[in-house]
Design a protein around this ligand. Structure first.
Ligand code: FAD
Ligand code: 8RB
Length: 449
């Protein structure tokens, strides 16, 4: 098994396959982060939820990762006017998400892959593939190198070289849906006493309608802040807020409480690049037994549900399960395993891609809105009244492992029930419970798992 990319999915899949007895080689373009430090430098964090945590559990890595994680109990919403407040994600501290460092996670996964017997090759970026002769060409510091392979697994991220090679060899339908919003990262350092400057156990959101800031805690007492806003168009957009001075003025007006939290705002803003965001769709994720794609290489998504890594880890579990033990290395079996993996995961990836787009509107606009908050209240009440039948959207995506496609289908029905039952109302006391209960019973069957 030749895995291209030693990022999050590549390193986890290498561990799982090596444990199954496969001979695994991982080729990573960058240097070894355990030797050279994690490329990208600054502390960048990710939200880990149940799907990702479960995958780590299967690899025996959950304890090691959680040791360095910061618990996030809910959304801490900072309105422009009014009091900041916590909206819990779940019922109690068993339903939380975890902020973890990408660099530390990647190192934990690479160590595990090596311990399981995988061979890691750093400084080797895939350049081109001869699928007929089964030769892969890599860029190295000493020039190009050709290596034979049996099968290639592309875990090389949203800009996947393996996917490009596949598209060149056997073009298939593809679609990149660019979001017209981008992002920029900023930082909240520790306070003078070395502690967190704001509530550590939350995912902070400053919703502002068409744009927003979020902040996730790091265990070294900093927060990584991400500003999301339109790339072009009328102010505010990245086209109109161009330098540190304009950023200061913008934040003074729209995020006044963050000014004292982000002392280097002007410098961070001027120095850090504007990131672009896209959803990528590919008709085929595999080429018979010769190649398969996982994670962002197969289905990059926008970040607003915090599920990119979680979904990529689910891909790894699914692919490893379909492939099975290392002694079944016949091309026919492998091609079947790849096809079964693709059939299982494609509808689910499409579902979370769509839900991620929808969650941007919720985060930037609705978390602050009275009608939405009433719907959320009703959602929690219905969870109590119809336990196992009415399960909140966020809970299905974040705290359960039911297929994303099932979560999407049920969320659509539930949203209709919530909107219908709260239309024109200002409090739960006015709800027509007989009618809502009947709608729940008629339209939702009990969910297992
Ligand atoms: P990656 O982790 O990107 O790994 C790809 C690897 O392939 C890299 O190591 C790269 O160097 C290597 N590579 C690339 N090209 C080649 C080549 N030609 N040859 C060899 N190697 C190559 N997801 C969440 O679930 N929760 C979050 O909160 C969250 N926050 C995020 C925050 C940021 C700033 C970003 C950018 C993403 C976030 N994501 C989050 C998404 C998550 O990072 C990705 O979905 C996840 O990393 C996908 O894993 P992957 O292995 O497919 O890709
Ligand atoms: N990629 C997240 C959520 C959902 C939070 C909620 C949202 C930053 C890039 Cl934007 C975002 C979530 O509904 O209350 N859970 O986890 C992570 C998020 O952004 C990450 C940090 C991010 N991802 C390029 C930037």
């Amino acid at each position: 098994m030749t895995i291209i990319g030693g990022g999050l999915a590549g390193a986890l899949l290498a561990t799982l396959l090596a444990k199954e007895g496969w001979q695994v080689d991982v080729f990573e373009r960058r240097g070894d982060p355990r030797v050279e430090g994690y490329a990208g430098g600054r502390s960048i964090n990710l939200a880990l939820a149940e799907r990702g945590l479960h995958a780590l559990r299967l690899a025996g890595l959950d304890d090691a990762v959680l040791k360095q994680a910061v618990m996030m109990r809910g959304r801490y919403v900072h309105p422009l006017v009014g009091t900041p407040h916590l909206q819990r994600y779940g019922r109690d501290d068993s339903e939380v998400i975890w902020s973890i460092s990408r660099g530390e996670l990647n190192i934990t996964l690479l160590d595990a892959a090596e311990r399981a017997g995988a061979r890691l090759h750093f400084g080797m970026g895939l350049d081109a593939v001869d699928f007929e002769g089964r030769i892969a060409t890599f860029d190295t510091s000493e020039g190009k190198r050709d290596l034979p392979f049996h099968t290639l697994i592309g875990a090389d991220g949203a800009g996947s070289s393996l996917r490009q090679a596949l598209q060149a060899y056997r073009p298939c339908e593809e679609r990149t849906e660019w979001l017209d919003h981008g992002y920029k990262e900023l930082e909240i350092p520790p306070d003078a006493a070395g502690g967190f400057r704001i509530e550590p156990n939350a995912l902070h959101i400053w919703p502002r309608g068409h744009y927003m800031c979020i902040a996730l805690p790091n265990d070294e007492r900093t927060f990584t802040v991400t500003l999301f806003m339109p790339l072009e168009g009328e102010s505010p957009s990245f086209a109109t807020i161009r330098d540190g001075e304009q950023a200061l003025e913008f934040f003074r007006r729209d995020f006044p409480d963050t000014l004292e939290l982000i002392p280097d705002l002007a410098e961070d803003y001027a120095r850090n690049p504007v990131g672009k965001l896209a959803t990528q769709h590919y008709r085929h994720w595999h080429l018979d037994a010769r190649a398969a794609l996982i994670g962002d290489a197969a289905h990059a998504m926008v970040p607003f549900h915090g599920q990119g890594m979680n979904c990529a880890f689910e891909d790894c579990i699914a692919l490893a399960a379909h492939i099975g033990h290392g002694h079944l290395a016949h091309d026919r079996d492998l091609a079947e395993a790849y096809a079964a993996y693709e059939a299982e995961r494609k509808p689910n990836a499409a579902a979370i891609q769509q839900m991620a787009l929808e969650n941007y509107i919720e985060m930037r606009d609705k978390v602050d809105d009275a009608a939405f908050l009433l719907q959320r209240e009703l959602e929690l009440a219905l969870q109590e009244r119809h336990s196992g039948r009415f399960v909140p959207h966020y809970t299905m995506v974040t705290f359960m492992r039911i297929p994303y496609a099932v979560a999407l289908e049920r969320s659509d029905i539930q949203r209709e029930i919530l909107v219908e039952a709260t239309r024109g109302l200002t409090s739960l006391a006015q709800v027509n419970w007989d009618k809502v209960d009947a709608a729940v019973m008629a339209r939702l069957h009990p969910l297992s798992g």
